[in-house]
Design a protein around this ligand. Structure first.
Ligand code: SF4
Length: 209
């Protein structure tokens, strides 16, 4: 008998989705371990390595237990970088349980999954994104760090279809980054770049994780 599929998991918890176009929706988060990008501004550095081995069935049981007292449909696979592990079975089983599945990724790795919503957050340096995401992303999120400028925003805006929103997200809601986001939004509007907006991290404002 083969061993059941396992994934390295950091944490599983209920909260609200604080970022992006799904902002405010109750969501169960499954945080997967592992990311090789090492962004200086990362607010989940504790997920870069380690994690506990969970059989996929155990993840499903945890999510089901949370959903019995917190009955929500959305489950968000985040990290770390969830595309560094084979989450295809997990996504399928979550969908079998009538969940809707979001995946948050930096966009550098890809395989086909049954996920309903892909959030792509390209990162410096390079802001590289696998071409599949240009078609599949429901939203693109850019952290407003000191390297983000109008040239990057223009490149990302051009790479994705106009219907896909591009969100400028101040780094950890810091004041300097909020000001920079506003300035970049004005510059983007002056350059006639469409469907770009600011998105702050709501969960941090209201004291949730
Ligand atoms: S890609 Fe995301 S998870 Fe990985 S280091 Fe950068 S901010 Fe952190």
């Amino acid at each position: 008998m083969p061993a059941p599929p396992t994934l390295k998991i950091i944490e599983i918890f209920p909260s609200i989705q604080g970022e992006g176009m799904r902002q405010g929706e109750p969501t169960v988060f499954v945080r997967l371990a592992g990311c090789d990008r090492r962004c200086s501004f990362c607010d989940t550095k504790y997920a870069w390595e380690g994690g506990e081995d969970y059989a996929v069935d155990r993840i499903i049981e945890n999510v089901q237990r949370i959903r019995r007292r917190f009955p929500v449909r959305w489950v968000c696979l985040t990290g770390g970088e969830p595309f560094m592990q084979d989450v295809r079975l997990l996504v399928r089983l979550l969908k079998r349980d009538n969940c809707r599945v979001q995946m948050e990724t930096n966009g550098t790795r890809y395989f086909a999954t049954a996920a309903d919503w892909l959030t792509v957050s390209p990162k410096p340096k390079g802001y590289l994104v696998r071409p599949e995401f240009q078609r599949l992303a429901k939203e693109v999120k850019l952290v407003v760090n000191r390297e983000l400028d109008l040239a990057v925003i223009r490149r990302i805006r051009t790479a994705f279809p106009g219907r896909t929103p591009v969100l400028l997200q101040p780094e950890s809601n810091r004041r300097w980054s909020q000001k920079r986001a506003l300035r970049l939004l004005k510059e983007a509007a002056a350059a006639h770049l469409d469907n770009i907006r600011i998105s702050v991290q709501l969960h941090k404002i209201i004291g949730l994780r």
